[in-house]
Design a protein around this ligand. Sequence first.
Ligand code: ATP
Length: 251
Amino acid sequence: MPDALLDTAGLVTGYGQLPVLQDIDLRIVPGELVGLVGPNGAGKTTLLQAIVGLLPAWHGSVSFAGQDVTRWDARRRARAGISLVAEGRQLFAGLTVRENLTLAATATGNAVEENLERVLALFPELERLLGRVSGTMSGGEQQMCAIGRGLMCRPSLLMIDELSLGLAPVVVDRLVHALSQIHQTMGITIIFVEQDVDLAMDTADRVVLLGMGRVVMDAPAPAVRARRTELEHTFLGLPIDGQTVDVIAEA
Ligand code: ATP
């Protein structure tokens, strides 16, 4: 088995006195495309924030590319190659697309021109928008800019929170296509959070289902698809035959 790119072991974190993530063991190898799903409040965003270093681990560890990064701050983790496209895009709304992209590269010590070229090759739509103030763009354009900004940091792990939320189907198709290019052509490992579990199963190689801060299911996408009905019950919080869904770890 190849060495893990990302490895969380017994990861626990939360907010204030409130624990949210409980004992998360997640191992991701280079080249994986992982969909992270789960009901509202399951802890998906919290997990991404703990991986990128915006939330400290209360217990357990986070390793990245063979190094224990548990005590590293977010800036150091970004420089090491972990990039997060946060929920709601989080662009600097008053800055132009070019400025948003440039800042991301310089803040992480990466070259601007070469990475800008790479982003524009992926999203040619952004070329004519480079001078546009990002807050005036459509949701889809902003999401392209936000993903582009993540790529300007030259990540080996790109995490996208809420890939498709609030976007029209045609825009979602465009983003899914871009995701597969980032994965296949650029060779970047991806974790994306997705509300639409069918979209996650169709796009990802592997699906991780979080529920109440725990990994409830972690399996290749086809195995998850085969248990679609159970998943629906899990999402609705209904028991199956009086039992909760067993944890399966087939990945
Ligand atoms: P959603 O799909 O709704 O975005 P999620 O799976 O990403 O949900 P999180 O946003 O990680 O879930 O939230 C997990 C839990 O942590 C929820 O109970 C939420 O209310 C709580 N939580 C999230 N952010 C904070 C915060 N800043 N302060 C306190 N509690 C928080």
